[in-house]
Design a protein around this ligand. Structure first.
Ligand code: SF4
Ligand code: SF4
Length: 666
């Protein structure tokens, strides 16, 4: 073994040990968090890594920046072959990939191609960061210095790789036939003609090795640790519908989870998200709260979790005393995440949808709201009335439960009630808005009218129905939510039915996706799917003479779209009853802008910045529609208010498509 090999071996082992130490250090921090199983269904998770991680599908939704990032990422994957060759040469100087024969030429060609693409991408990244300066890369403490250092390291790895490749032929003329596949590096070799090839080769080779080992060990201390963690984070991201983490609240037990005020009360995955964030700011750039001037930035939430983890976790792991000063700087405090940031969230899921590494912002936000409500009793005062109404009336409105069937008064066909029928095909879950909101009651009446026309064997719970629990859950009052959820499940146990029909996407999300955690496993369909099917099967017939001819734009509800992937059915239905134009808003489908009412914001005053519903209404008004169609009671309220506030209520109507279908049916 030569001296060079011995020095390499020492450096290599030292760098590897330091890296392993840092990985174990960060793992020990994560172990402080609450447990959560994110390892089931390996096959689905691998497919997700292939699509979102390796395929860079989410990154590429933004063409220029996406391609730049994707080239750097793919370049790194391809260049692993060059790095491997260099490292094996550290142990055995004469090693070359040429032992693969003609196949090695593919590697050499790809190394040069992707090496050049990575260099161009790095130059573009610097240009973008310092000259174009997109808004989403600014603010929230995201530093240019760290990013620039990382980009320079990447550039260093590429330049030294090209240097090594350019001098390979001079060092090993016996392999020059293969090395000609280095179509860029072989051109550069002329630059070094006449110089001492051996010395230069060694300089580039050592430069390459030292930069890679330094880079590897700088990452755990850098904000760019995501280079290591982003693929695992995609693998570990939540499968299926986005549901909230559930910890059953049982006061008989010790250590009841009352929310996350600091990092130890987060789940390990919520902490891991902090280490996976690339700080790209895509989440913040689509956040309706941020866009309208509220103090919330989902990127900052994730970065604060990481900062606080770095501050407190080492003390807890090493069993050192946590000083009063450090303890007082809780995660939820003026030092990190403020109450105002947490209450601004509409839980719209736009941030999660946009994040290229599948970070889940809404879960920790709700966990922190749970802390504010359940541990600290600290929440906007208007919520006191809302929580009181839910406790006393089983609804956020101040109407008694005994009035839950008032919406059905005066209908030509009386609405069947479960207590009288006992067994039926469809349980129509009317929901609180459908029962009490004066405007939305017409949607309930329309749905009932359509069910009658289609001769569906259905019933409603009537005065036995209670709020599904969504608003209470998203507002952090998990105890109240779980109480209502369990009561609703007990009520439904009394009756025999095949599926539940809901008009409210919040009911769809909670009863369909979240009741399972509490033992209520139901097939739940939204009225857009259900009515669309009835029309398709001709059980509801559209009268050609009654079809409408209006310009209609459809507003996607976050809980129907991003939460439950229902985008086409409402549009299909509208096409069946309308002969007029149906333009899409700029932000639509999975990139639709929230109306501002989700996450319990429906019940809160909006005192800071522009109102989210006005932002959305203005976007709709740009299209000069006759009708704005909605599929959610909250969206209907927010957009109706928006149209009124803009003084356009006379000419522009906000309607649920169930109303339009009923108007156009035979
Ligand atoms: S869920 Fe919506 S409102 Fe909340 S942080 Fe994400 S983008 Fe912003
Ligand atoms: S959370 Fe995701 S989208 Fe937001 S800055 Fe981090 S990586 Fe980008």
């Amino acid at each position: 073994m030569h001296l060079q090999n011995i020095v390499f071996l020492i450096l290599f082992l030292a760098a590897l040990s330091l890296f392993a130490y840092n990985l174990l250090r960060i793992r020990s921090y994560l172990m402080l968090g609450r447990s959560e199983n994110r390892f089931q269904n390996a096959g689905t998770r691998i497919m997700r890594v292939l699509g979102i991680g390796i395929g860079q599908s989410k990154i590429l939704r933004e063409p220029a920046a996406g391609l730049m990032h994707a080239f750097i990422f793919w370049g790194f994957l391809i260049l692993i072959t060059a790095v491997l060759e260099a490292f094996i040469q550290g142990f055995y100087s004469g090693f070359s990939l040429t032992f693969l024969g003609s196949f090695s030429k593919v590697f050499f060609f790809s190394q040069d191609l992707f090496g050049a693409l990575v260099i161009l991408s790095v130059i573009y990244a610097l240009f973008r960061r310092y000259i174009l300066r997109p808004k989403r890369l600014q603010g929230d403490g995201s530093t240019n210095a760290d990013a620039t250092f990382i980009l320079m390291m990447i550039m260093g790895v590429m330049i030294t790789m090209f240097g090594v490749n350019a001098l390979k032929s001079a060092m090993h003329p016996e392999h020059s036939e293969y090395y000609r596949a280095h179509f860029i590096a072989s051109q550069l070799s002329d630059l070094f003609a006449g110089s001492n090839a051996g010395v230069l080769y060694n300089l580039f080779w050592w430069g390459h090795i030292v930069i890679i080992l330094t880079f590897m060990n700088y990452l755990p201390y850098s904000k760019h640790f995501h280079i290591v963690t982003s693929l695992p984070n995609v693998y570990l991201s939540k499968l299926g519908p986005q549901t909230l983490d559930t910890e059953e609240i049982d006061f008989e037990k010790e250590n009841v989870f009352l929310g996350a005020g600091d990092i130890e009360q987060l789940t390990w995955k919520e902490m891991f998200d902090g280490y996976a964030c690339t700080e790209c700011g895509r989440c913040t750039s689509v956040c309706p709260a941020n866009l309208t001037g509220k103090p919330l930035s989902p990127r900052k939430i994730i970065m604060d979790i990481r900062e606080r983890t770095s501050e407190k976790a080492p003390l807890l792991v090493n069993k050192k005393e946590v000083s009063a000063e450090v303890e007082s700087k809780k995660l939820v405090s003026e030092h990190y995440i403020t109450d105002a940031e947490l209450w601004a969230c509409t839980s719209c899921m736009a941030c999660v949808n946009e994040c290229p590494v599948n970070i889940e912002h809404v879960n920790p936000i709700v966990d922190m709201r749970r802390f504010l409500v359940q541990s600290e009793s600290r929440f906007p005062e208007e919520l006191m009335t809302v929580f009181g109404n839910m406790e006393n009336n089983g609804a956020p409105w101040a109407y008694p439960q005994s009035e839950r069937l008032k919406w059905a008064e005066g209908l030509s066909n009386p609405v069947p009630v479960a207590a009288e029928k006992q067994e039926f095909d469809v349980l129509y879950w009317v929901g609180c808005a459908g029962s009490f909101d004066a405007r939305y009651q017409n949607v309930s009446r329309s749905v009932a009218g359509l069910l009658d026309k289609a001769k569906v064997n259905y019933a409603v719970l009537g005065t036995e129905e209670k709020c599904n629990g969504d608003s209470a859950r998203r507002l952090g009052n998990e105890f109240l939510a779980q109480t209502m959820i369990k009561e609703n499940i007990e009520t439904m146990k009394k009756y025999k039915f095949k599926k539940i029909l809901v008009s409210c996407p919040h009911c769809l999300q909670t009863i369909g996706n979240e009741y399972k955690e509490f033992g209520g496993d139901y097939e739940v369909v939204h009225h857009s799917e259900f009515i669309n099917e009835l029309v398709t099967e001709n059980k509801i017939q559209i009268d050609e003479t009654k079809k409408i001819d209006k310009k209609i734009t459809y507003h996607d509800s976050c809980y129907l779209g991003r939460y439950n992937d229902i985008y086409d059915e409402p549009r299909d239905l509208l096409k069946k009853v309308n002969t007029g134009e149906m333009p899409e808003m700029k932000r639509s489908k999975d990139r639709g802008l929230c109306c501002g009412a989700g996450g319990g914001r429906m019940w809160m005053e909006e005192k800071i910045g522009k109102k989210v519903n006005i932002e959305r209404t203005e976007e709709a008004l740009e299209l000069k529609p006759d009708i704005i169609s909605t599929a959610c009671p909250f969206c209907m309220t927010m957009l109706t208010d928006g149209v009124k506030e803009k003084g356009r209520a006379e000419e522009i109507k906000v309607k649920d498509f169930a109303e339009l279908v009923l108007e156009s049916s035979k």
